[in-house]
Design a protein around this ligand. Structure first.
Ligand code: KG4
Ligand code: ZN
Length: 310
């Protein structure tokens, strides 16, 4: 069963081929460098670049296979930037019409969940922590067609907070990897954490308080004309995020007793969060780094799960 998938929901244009559950080929064009100078994604620019990049990807795809050998086409239907999603929708449907094969319109967040299971099988019930630039949520799959959101952020996403804190510290964009590098060098020196937020539903998240705390620390230093200790603030910020995510995972594991746990989304590249996660459960799944950010292989893997018997 050869699955061809397209992902274009945000700022990555990605094509992938998956044969049964074996990855065959993937190519992704990232727009990060372009959006960097604006400090975030500009939707209109993203749509235009998708149009350009998807044409290049079609040429690449034709070099890989005869498109008539594709058995199923999958693409990201939602959620995402509407102009970006539309490019994937049009191309996926056009190819499906030309080769007369079935099409699966899939959910991007579910795709993220399966990014940890490329070339692997899921043992249900499975608990996933999705942390990305746009989302932060705990997902519980009791079977492949059955998932509930145990909790989600009530304000900013984890990656968004990383990017905002990094901007306030003048570190650059995207902020996550930069803060992570500072943490790596300073983790033994600064081990404090800020106050852990509380939400009315205990498995929901709220990250805006942590962000405000950092902004207040910086403003206080500026008012007092003190030098801002970037290393200390960045390291303690990351310590706090790790402690907060851990607290939620421990609670959810105790309540729902999953057979496996998965860490997914762009922020799952974070060293400290990965380290913490590996100690949580005897069956931990982490995506390969190339599958942590938006990519079409995860959409193909989700399609495979939907199509396969059992
Ligand atoms: O999944 P993704 O591509 O975002 C969405 O499109 O939603 O992830 C991007 C986010 C950015 O906010 C970036 O700062 C963050 O993931 N990120 C990290 C790390 N690498 C990327 N955050 C913390 N630590 C990292 N090592
Ligand atoms: Zn994503």
């Amino acid at each position: 069963m050869l699955i061809f998938a397209i992902e274009s929901s945000h700022d990555d244009t990605s094509f992938a081929l998956l044969k049964d559950n074996k990855s065959i080929w993937m190519k992704t064009f990232s727009q990060t460098e372009v959006h960097k100078k604006y400090g975030g994604t500009v939707p209109e620019i993203a749509s235009r670049l998708h149009v350009k990049n998807i044409g290049l990807l079609i040429e690449e795809l034709k070099k890989q296979i005869n498109i008539n050998s594709i058995d199923y086409i999958a693409y990201t239907k939602e959620p995402g930037l509407i102009g970006s999603l539309h490019v994937g929708y049009v191309v996926a449907n056009s190819i499906a019409l030309i080769i007369n094969k079935p099409i699966l319109d899939l959910n991007h967040l579910e795709g993220h969940f399966y990014s940890a299971f490329i070339e692997k099988e899921v043992e249900y019930p499975a608990l996933g922590l999705l942390i990305s630039g746009g989302h932060s949520q705990l997902m519980l799959y009791s079977s492949k067609n059955n998932y509930v959101l145990l909790g989600e952020t009530q304000d900013d996403a984890v990656g968004e907070v990383y990017d905002k804190v990094a901007r306030k510290l003048n570190l650059g964009f995207p902020g996550g990897p930069l803060i992570d590098q500072i943490w790596e060098k300073n983790k033994n020196k600064y081990q404090e954490i800020f106050t852990i937020p509380k939400t009315s539903k205990e498995l929901d998240f709220s990250f805006s308080g942590i962000k405000t705390h950092v902004i207040n620390l910086i403003n206080t230093s500026l008012n007092r004309k003190e030098k801002i200790n970037i290393n200390k603030i960045a390291t303690e910020f990351q310590n706090t995020i790790v402690a907060y995510l851990k607290e939620h995972m421990v609670k959810a594991i105790n309540i729902y007793k999953p057979k496996c746990v998965a860490l997914i989304g762009g922020v799952s590249a974070n060293k400290a969060i990965r380290e913490m996660f590996l100690k949580l459960h005897k069956n931990v799944y982490l995506p390969k780094l190339e599958y942590t950010t938006d990519n079409a292989m995860m959409i193909a893997r989700l399609a495979y799960e939907k199509i396969k018997k059992g």
